[in-house]
Design a protein around this ligand. Sequence first.
Ligand code: GUN
Length: 291
Amino acid sequence: MSAKIIDGKAFAATVREKVAGHVSRLKEVHGITPGLAVVLVGEDPASEVYVRNKGKQTLEAGMNSYEHKLPEDTPEADLLALVETLNDDPAVHGILVQLPLPKHIDEEKVINAIAPAKDVDGFHILNVGLLGTGQKAMVPCTPLGCLMMLRDHHGSLSGLNAVVVGRSNIVGKPMAQLLLRDSCTVTIAHSRTKDLAEVCRRADILVAAVGRPEMIPGDWVKPGATVIDVGINRIPAPEKGEGKTRLVGDVEFESAKDVAGAITPVPGGVGPMTIACLLANTVTACCRENN
Ligand code: GUN
């Protein structure tokens, strides 16, 4: 039996529509337009694409978008000063500093300089702690998008065995916290996990966030499981012509889709949900500030 393909692109469009509805009510009723500031340091081509998409979708949702592009050799102190200015700017409700930052800049220092209430990435140490203790936090966008798709598919997640492969601060750890909050039994697995295949086979919900192309084959998937593939890996695709590439996830889609009950594709699964959740977090930040 072939798995249900979870259409993240369509789901993200419904989230963006809801966000746009909230934005228009905020404008009409309260005279407030939510604003998102995105800061990009350097010229990493992948980051430039992300930032462009974020700006475009922010405007499409009816919000204000403020883009700050700084040169690669920007001193850390200048970036911290910009963050401080954005913290104090009442027109800015959300701040996102695109990662990775150049090596001479201390990422943790910059993230923790963002006002926690404007930290729409949910990376500030205060938000990490709030999420970990089950309090009202800004939740990182990618895991939030995954959770929304899982809730939409399953309804209740209570009691399900969830395995998260990957222990990053951006995806793996917050994903595990969110699944725990929804009463899953959660295992965080990673590159050093013994018998990773066996651990994965126990999962009713398998979230792959390791950043290794097609690392998880179909025979690691429990029949009927829900597979959420966070990986976005570019690999050579000689079949498309010389020098061509294609995007693949951390899961081997072709073999997994014959075993899983539901699966997210790459592209068109988790990816589009991340920006949709960023827009949703910006509206949340705006509402909390003006409450
Ligand atoms: N770089 C890749 N993903 C992200 C993200 O979700 N937030 C930020 N700030 N940088 C990223």
